[in-house]
Ligand binder design. Structure first.
Ligand code: CA
Length: 512
């Protein structure tokens, strides 16, 4: 018996010793790298089915983790989306409803909560929230929209300039910061400027896609029938792209579009940042484009030319983003950080690549409402997932807090995706999403709405009062507004009630 007892004690010790490393690993707080690009359309990511370009590194996050196929944003424009991501709250709660509003930096954010729990925190790249970052041990941000070439930064309050292309510089600074801070659990927000307008490509890719003609999307010629808000917008490829600013064609006699009234000669200021040698490369590449432009005869030819120019430059910027995502992944994997580091790639919202004849974002139509979202966290995120649940940018903060073992504050409005991602399903997950956009710039109309698995109801308000209903099963391109069809009256009433439900749920004080 004595002998058996000793054996039992030894066996228990062996079991305990084998479990301990697992326990230690489990309680170790994960590192976080949150990469948010600006205006990156899911249509321009091969993991989401793009045939136009290849993004092997972004795809790799999804292959080794999860591709969120139905990820959306609550307010599709730059600053508001960033504020939603930081706070886990809708715009009316975090106070930043449009691009012109200051972010109240005294409020709770997930980096602040992580910092309070012992994390080293940093934000590097595009901030665009106007107030100084708080809750970060290190911050090095672009002033406002920032520049693509040899960009200026504000490093902990001090102006500084770096040589190089903005996406490379942001990644260089990020990897340096991780290298210096990887001993503690760290949280890095790597916020790209690219591929935001006016899509200035890295010089090494000036010729890429030159020989690849881009077909116009099937609904490029949308006539906007029965859709008043679309009739009012000023974000079309045909009318609103500026030949100098967007297409990079020097032209003194061309029409002046609103962007040039708003920021005259902005296009020249960006090019003036190039060194003489860089400028020679630039001129050589774009002289060819300018010659081709001046040979165009019809308006239709000009529109096709501008679409082609837009797509080339946009995808060149995306290529550099993908390269740099690859650098981050390689660094993480080669430094032995892979198992305990969460890597998220997303955009602040989606973007139109010619659908409905548009570029830009803002509308609740799918292309700008949706965002790419790919998440890798070995062990906690089932690999190879193609998740079909409705996830939102408001879910990022609670998910990261949950993974870090920090209680999610009651006033956070998003949901933690922890269980969803661990098991690939969560029966309690939301089945609808609520959206609210506020800004009136570029001819846009504020609107809110609800999306269910099959339908979408949108209310455009102030200065117009216009409703739109879409059956996404029959009309995935959202071309047929069904609001006036008597057969759908019951459905419209039902969806209006769902909007009221979500406005109450999120305490959105809608006054119309
Ligand atoms: Ca944006």
């Amino acid at each position: 018996m004595k002998h058996n007892g000793r054996l039992l004690i030894i066996s228990c010790c062996v079991i305990m010793l084998s479990i301990l490393p697992c326990l230690a690993q489990h309680v170790k707080k994960p590192n976080i790298i949150l990469i948010v690009s600006d205006d990156h359309a899911y249509q321009a990511i091969s993991a989401y089915g793009s045939q136009m370009n290849s993004t092997p590194h972004i795809d790799r996050i999804g292959r080794e983790g999860a591709i969120m196929e139905r990820a959306y944003v609550t307010n599709s424009v730059c600053s508001p989306s960033r504020a939603v991501i930081l706070t886990g709250k809708y715009s009316h709660k975090n106070g930043l409803v449009d691009n012109g509003t200051f972010f109240d930096s005294t409020q709770q954010t997930f980096p602040k909560l992580l910092q309070g729990a012992g994390y080293k925190t940093a934000v590097i790249g595009k901030w665009h929230l106007w107030s100084e970052p708080t809750g970060f041990d290190y911050w090095n941000i672009l002033p406002a929209q920032g520049n693509y070439y040899n960009p200026g930064f504000i490093k902990l309050g001090k102006d500084t300039t770096y040589k190089g292309y903005v996406t490379d510089v942001i990644t260089d600074l990020s990897l340096q910061w991780i290298e210096q801070n990887k001993a503690a659990p760290f949280c890095l927000l790597l916020f790209n400027k690219a591929p935001h307008r006016n899509w200035m490509p890295p010089l090494k890719y000036l010729d890429r896609f030159n020989n690849q003609p881009f077909a116009l999307p099937a609904n490029f010629g949308d006539d906007y029938k029965n859709r008043l808000a679309l009739q009012r917008q000023q974000i079309t490829i045909a009318q609103s792209l500026d030949i100098r600013y967007d297409s990079k064609i020097p032209c003194d006699t061309c029409a002046v579009t609103p962007v040039n009234k708003w920021a005259p000669d902005e296009w020249r200021r960006e090019i003036d940042r190039l060194s003489p040698e860089e400028k020679r490369l630039w001129d050589a590449a774009y002289e060819k484009e300018a010659r081709a432009y001046h040979l165009l005869k019809t308006d239709e030819e000009r529109v096709r030319f501008q679409y082609q120019r837009f797509m080339e430059d946009y995808l060149r910027c995306v290529q550099s983003v993908d390269d740099n995502v690859g650098r981050v992944l390689d660094y993480v994997d080669e430094s032995g950080l892979k198992e305990n580091t969460i890597v998220i790639y997303m955009s602040d919202q989606g973007f139109y690549l010619g659908e409905h004849g548009l570029y830009d974002k803002r509308f609740m139509y799918e292309e700008s409402f949706r965002t790419p979202l790919l998440i890798r966290y070995p062990g906690e995120v089932k690999s190879g997932q193609h998740n079909q649940d409705f996830t939102l940018n408001v879910d990022i903060a609670p998910t990261l807090l949950d993974w870090a073992g920090i209680d999610i504050p009651k006033d956070v409005q998003g949901n933690s995706m922890k269980n969803l991602l661990k098991h690939g399903k969560d029966d309690t997950w939301r089945k609808e999403i609520y959206y609210h956009y506020y800004e009136k710039s570029f001819g846009l109309t504020p609107h809110y709405g609800v999306k269910t698995d099959r339908y979408k109801l949108i209310h455009f308000y102030g200065p117009i009062d216009s409703w739109e209903l879409y059956d996404l099963k029959k009309d995935e391109n959202e071309m047929h507004n069904l609001i006036d069809q008597p057969a759908h009256a019951g459905l419209v009433n039902q969806l209006k009630q769902r909007i009221v439900y979500w406005q109450n749920y999120y305490q959105d004080p809608v006054k119309h």
